[in-house]
Design a protein around this ligand. Structure first.
Ligand code: ADP
Ligand code: ADP
Ligand code: ZN
Length: 229
């Protein structure tokens, strides 16, 4: 099963991706998480992207394509994945199409999650994350433990540097300009679905599940069947 969750910052892509990951046992590929790990490690790439991310700008297509190509080659991505935060530009989507064509022409199910600006600004400015394991909390809907330590790993709970209201507004503008055109791109390619993200986490998950069940988002069978025969 190959799924792409498309939508503005803070709409709940990561939250839904994690639910799908557990349910279908396929990895969540979140390019924001990959980049944050590079920043935390202090790698050359991390140093290169840190300021860009903090400003809420997009990292170059060139860098993103190298990252995604490497990630999609990993063994755990061969039976399916949930893309979260990639692609974010038309050139990235075109490059992804070329990669998928090489991967036995798998069918990518695109699910757009949307919500009004004020709702996603509220969600994002109240988002808190574990510095160590990345677990996502929300001051209103899913508050972290009172001692400020992650319930999973005991790590420190922090606010992402790009989750301030000013930066979020800029990220939304960047989304409109650079990423929103992907809606038209995928709509005309087919396998495109929309979900109202301004509902409870459970309700959004239920609607996503209905889309997957109804449309049987399964990989195209081909060489894998021939190999097992
Ligand atoms: P959110 O899900 O809250 O929108 P992400 O964690 O997906 O945020 O991304 C954080 C930042 O990482 C982005 O604002 C951008 O700077 C960078 N980034 C992540 N994915 C991409 C991508 N596909 N192309 C360019 N930049 C990206
Ligand atoms: P994205 O990956 O799209 O940036 P997240 O999944 O990190 O978004 O969600 C942003 C914030 O909103 C988090 O604090 C999360 O706990 C919260 N959240 C996610 N989905 C919902 C929802 N349906 N209703 C209320 N809060 C939500
Ligand atoms: Zn943690």
């Amino acid at each position: 099963m190959y799924i792409l969750l498309l939508g503005p910052p803070g709409v709940g892509k990561g939250t839904q991706a994690k639910i799908l990951m557990k349910k279908y046992n396929i990895p969540q590929i979140a390019t924001g998480d990959i980049l944050r790990a590079e920043v935390a490690s202090g790698s050359q790439l991390g140093q290169q992207v840190k300021a860009i991310m903090a400003r809420g700008e997009l990292v170059s297509d060139d860098i993103m394509l190298q990252i995604i190509e490497k990630r999609l080659r990993q063994p755990d991505a061969q039976r399916g994945f949930i893309l979260d935060g990639f692609p974010r530009t038309i050139p990235q989507a075109q490059a992804l199409d070329r990669l998928l064509a090489k991967m036995n022409n798998v069918i990518l199910k695109v699910i757009e999650i949307s919500a009004p600006d004020e709702e996603i600004i509220k969600r994002i400015t109240n988002r808190r994350v574990c510095e160590r394991c990345g677990k996502v909390y929300n001051l209103i809907t899913n508050p972290p433990p009172a001692d400020g330590r992650c319930e999973v790993c005991g790590g420190r709970i922090i606010q992402r540097p790009d989750d301030t209201e000013e930066t979020v507004r800029h990220r939304i503008a960047v989304y409109r300009e650079k990423t929103y055109p992907l809606v038209a791109y995928y709509r005309q390619k087919g396998h495109f679905h929309q979900v109202n993200g301004a509902q409870s986490i459970e309700k959004v998950a239920e609607e996503i599940d209905q889309i997957i069940q109804k449309n049987g988002a399964l990989p195209v069978q081909g060489t894998s069947r021939a190999q097992s025969a």
